[in-house]
Write a new protein. Structure first.
Ligand SMILES: NC(=O)c1ccc[n+]([C@@H]2O[C@H](COP(=O)([O-])OP(=O)(O)OC[C@H]3O[C@@H](n4cnc5c(N)ncnc54)[C@H](O)[C@@H]3O)[C@@H](O)[C@H]2O)c1
Length: 271
């Protein structure tokens, strides 16, 4: 029955296909899922980072890796085939590969624009497409993509990144409508700043403090494990009726976009 098809994956072995697995959120997702007994197929273009990840998982983990660029559709399809023959049927997908290249829009080069859109949006689409090709016929699968609080508004200097993440939300919602009745759920998480190399390299200092930290009610950035926990929930059967949603993991930032500044409470002001 259609409405039962993605309910309770029922203890069957799980295999997670994770891109951007060599660092940050992707690596944290791999560690968390591996600790839950999920086999890990890890892709990234950073070979040394994949080796470090493998070491951190310990020798008991069922693990396969591929050095690939997510813009390369044939490479992703080949890794899907390799994963299925060596680890088993792919059940969980987390396209984490991404990057930011900030610049004022009026001087942003076409190459900077294309690079960010190609990796964050087109790369994510190709991961979803390549893995769905094997999950849809089995009517079983869950995908969680990486949006951002940047997909809640605009950010100066980040026109390319914001466009990629708004586009990604459109992609997630479209795939959820297209694949839901074939047993594949598609969701996204929208983190605020997360303590990873991307945050250090991709966001200007003043922006990090003035916009992200000062306006975040919890008053700090997320740790990678806090984002991985949200992703693991959306992947799991505990989220079996959730599809097409974007889960904010943002320390309350977007709850108070208009009003909040950490350390002040406008509601207590006398008028
Ligand atoms: N760190 C944050 O503050 C934050 C906030 C919101 C959303 N995100 C999103 O989370 C995702 C992961 O970011 P992160 O913070 O873990 O960054 P990160 O830099 O720690 O990790 C990104 C990984 O993607 C890989 N990668 C980049 N381009 C690739 C390509 N073309 N092919 C294959 N691999 C590639 C990198 O080698 C790296 O291992 C990104 O999509 C990012 O936009 C991050």
């Amino acid at each position: 029955m259609n409405n039962q098809s993605n309910y309770q994956r029922g203890g069957a072995p799980r295999v997670a296909f994770v891109t951007g697995a060599a660092s940050g959120i992707g690596a944290a997702v791999c560690r968390l899922l591996a600790a839950q007994g999920v086999a890990i197929a890890a892709a990234d273009h950073n070979e040394a980072g994949l080796a470090t990840l493998h070491e951190s998982l310990g020798c008991d983990a069922r693990f396969l890796s591929a050095v690939l660029d997510v813009r390369d559709e044939a490479a992703q399809q080949a890794f899907v085939r390799d994963t299925e023959s060596r680890l088993g049927e792919i059940t969980d997908v987390v396209p984490c590969a991404g990057l930011a290249r900030s610049a004022p829009a009026e001087t942003m080069s076409a190459e900077q624009w294309d690079l960010v859109l190609d990796i964050n949006l087109r790369g994510t689409f190709l991961t979803c497409k390549s893995t769905a090709a094997v999950m849809l016929p089995r009517r079983r699968g869950s995908i969680v993509c990486l949006a951002s609080i940047t997909a809640k508004g605009g950010q100066p200097g980040r026109a390319n990144y914001a466009a990629s993440k708004w586009g990604l939300v459109g992609l997630v919602k479209s795939l959820a409508t297209e694949w839901g009745n074939r047993g594949v759920r598609v969701n996204a998480v929208a983190p605020n700043g997360v303590d990873t190399p991307m945050l250090t390299a991709g966001v200007p200092d003043h922006f990090r403090q003035a916009v992200m930290l000062d306006r975040t009610p919890l008053g700090r950035f997320a740790q990678v494990d806090e984002v991985a926990q949200g992703i693991a929930f959306l992947l799991s059967d505990a989220a079996s009726y959730i599809s097409g949603t974007v889960l904010e993991i943002d320390g309350g930032l977007t709850a108070g976009y208009l009003t909040h500044r950490h350390g002040t409470d406008y509601a207590l002001d006398q008028h």
